[in-house]
Ligand binder design. Structure first.
Ligand code: SF4
Length: 81
């Protein structure tokens, strides 16, 4: 079963793992312009600035929501492994 979804945005990619979600509602209540279960896709990756979206994803208590930056906002060009 594929329970992981990816939502591609301009600066970030948002991942959602339905199996981990504990339905706290923090994502939808705190940022309805981005996380709206009535919409498809329910994650609007350009509904707020990528900085705000990633900060809000960090408050997800279960780890169901995660993200990856396409471009890092501060350090340009320097990639360290
Ligand atoms: S904040 Fe995380 S655990 Fe809570 S409903 Fe959203 S995805 Fe699920």
């Amino acid at each position: 079963m594929m329970s992981k979804k990816v939502y591609k945005g301009e600066e970030i990619e948002v991942y959602f793992d339905a199996e981990k979600c504990i339905h706290s509602g923090i994502c939808v209540k705190g940022m309805p312009e981005v996380f709206d279960l009535k919409k498809r896709p329910w994650v609007n990756t350009v509904g707020a600035s990528a900085d705000k979206i990633t900060a809000h994803i960090d408050t997800c208590p279960s780890g169901a929501l995660t993200y990856k930056w396409h471009t890092k906002p501060s350090d340009t060009e320097t990639e360290k492994e």
